[in-house]
Design a protein around this ligand. Structure first.
Ligand code: IPD
Length: 278
């Protein structure tokens, strides 16, 4: 962490968590209620299959303007280009729609992810989340966490504390992963999946890294790994897993980065990480 990392009280963390939840809900309502019937691809990014819709942009703009009002001076890093340096030591890392391809195809596994982080969010390994929320607006499941305060799922008026799975037997484990958009990278990722499939119960590819991490936190998956994630895919989900008693790590046990993210119970991650760290 940088020298400017603020010491945050439990009340300050709770306030950041409340803002993350409120904004995730507001952006979630926007992307569901104002989705055009004829939604198409507005632009592409790293490859022709790495898409952006008009609603990714509108959702990020909503998050940007709300944060500028609620938390002036905080930094911002967003998937669709929002970039604001921090004057407070806190930066928000937001994914306005994680699982954009699912959103485009109307598959109900996409999310808004909002996290408050400390450190330098532009330098891999130099930041960490302190509060965050991930909303699946289709199922109306709101996953959220604050550092030291636990992880919770709010659904149908109930708030349930989350706990990662205790599964430590790889052969009985249900894993999830994802693929990058680059063809060479996904060819290597598919080869690794082919190696792992005979060694585990099964592997899922749901299409939203943020929701995969929340599923690990909720014990719906025993583990998750992926190479190529960006801070916005990862920030809120990382905290939601660790506050549910789990471990999220990157290459060689360091902090999770673009190179690698492995998540699950600590014993499980210890077994899985060497198999996927390459
Ligand atoms: C993608 C999703 C996907 C993961 C990709 C991400 P996006 O995010 O999280 O599950 O496999 O690596 O880029 O593009 O839908 O925001």
């Amino acid at each position: 962490m940088t020298a400017t990392t603020p010491e945050l009280s439990a009340d300050e963390i709770a306030d950041l968590e409340t803002i993350a939840c409120t904004l995730a809900r507001e952006a979630g309502d926007l992307i569901v209620e104002e989705r055009p019937d004829d939604l198409g691809v507005a632009a592409t990014k790293s490859t022709q299959t790495d898409v952006v819709t008009v609603m990714d942009k509108r959702s990020e703009e909503l998050l940007r303007t709300r944060l500028a009002t609620a938390r002036p001076g905080d930094g911002l890093l967003g998937e669709e280009g929002a970039a604001q340096p921090s004057r407070t030591g806190i930066s928000w890392v937001v994914d306005p729609i994680d699982g954009t391809v699912n959103y485009l195809y109307q598959l109900p596994a996409y999310a808004v992810s909002v996290a408050a982080c400390v450190g330098d969010v532009y330098t891999p390994g130099a930041w960490r989340p302190v509060a965050g929320a991930v909303l699946n607006p289709v199922t109306d499941e709101l996953f959220h966490a604050g550092l030291g305060a636990g992880s919770f799922l709010d659904h149908r008026g109930r708030s349930t504390a989350l706990q990662v799975s205790a599964q430590a037997d790889l052969a009985l484990s249900l894993l999830a992963t994802g693929f990058g958009y680059d063809v060479d990278k996904r060819t290597r990722q598919a080869a690794l999946v082919a190696e792992l499939v005979p060694q585990v119960r099964d592997i899922r590819r749901a299409g939203s890294a943020a929701l995969d991490l929340c599923s690990v936190a909720a014990g719906r998956l025993d583990g998750y790994y992926e190479a190529g994630l960006h801070p916005w895919d990862l920030a809120a989900g990382w905290l939601i897993v660790t506050e549910a008693g789990g471990l999220v790590q990157g290459p060689a046990g360091r902090a999770p980065t673009h190179e690698l993210v492995v998540a699950g119970g600590a014993d499980f991650v210890t077994q899985l990480a060497p198999m996927v760290d390459r």
